[in-house]
Design a protein around this ligand. Sequence first.
Ligand SMILES: Nc1ncnc2c1ncn2[C@@H]1O[C@H](COP(=O)(O)OP(=O)(O)OP(=O)(O)O)[C@@H](O)[C@H]1O
Ligand SMILES: [Mg+2]
Length: 227
Amino acid sequence: MNEIAVSARNVTRIYGSGDSVVRAISDVSLEVARGEWIGVKGRSGSGKTTLLNCLSGLDRPTSGEIVCFGRDIARLSESQMTEWRRNQVSFIFQSFALMPTLSAFENVDLPMRIAGMPKRRERVVECLEMVGMEKWADHRPYEMSGGQQQRVALARALANRPSLLIADEPTGELDTNTSKEILALLRRIVIAENVTVLMSSHDPLALESTDRVVELRDGRTVGSDGR
Ligand SMILES: Nc1ncnc2c1ncn2[C@@H]1O[C@H](COP(=O)(O)OP(=O)(O)OP(=O)(O)O)[C@@H](O)[C@H]1O
Ligand SMILES: [Mg+2]
């Protein structure tokens, strides 16, 4: 657990200008080891999504430094950033965000198809098996429960073998038992794939499942429990 996956130093993200300035995150410093699962908690508007977006290269900090798997991502050009994200980062969301017209198989295949990967079929099957959804390969999202959709979303996120998995409120729309299943699955995946996970959540159950929780208050870190 010693290799540093993500290192953020004094990261600040300011939106807007003049009277409408919002300091979404202020002076956040954080180090995450490879294979570590970090929870980010805090009230609505405390900056959780902004932090995840900056650390994963979806957004750029206004100031500060972010080194992610050896790359100084805040300084990459737009195209380098897109390329870097495509190779290193995957996302899962509260709302699952599967393509409604595609089957589970096609949803999992999509990011690899976009990346032009050869021999994708085996990896799609492997990922669906990892999340226990191989029998649902030909089904569309509307035929599945929320928990099943999140499993497929997780399979899709793993397909490209990301180094970093960003999970923004992944259990936000799931009941307690389904949340537990998804969290146990995430833990197995963290171990099996050695993926680093940054997860925002309001859900105590989800936060308890992580290795460590970072709390944000008004965009600043107020504690890291080292669990
Ligand atoms: N693109 C944007 N433009 C302007 N302000 C923004 C933008 N994104 C976020 N903000 C503001 O930054 C602050 C932090 O928002 P953020 O979405 O990161 O919070 P959050 O902790 O994820 O909240 P939630 O729990 O509701 O998802 C909020 O005040 C929000 O209004
Ligand atoms: Mg958010």
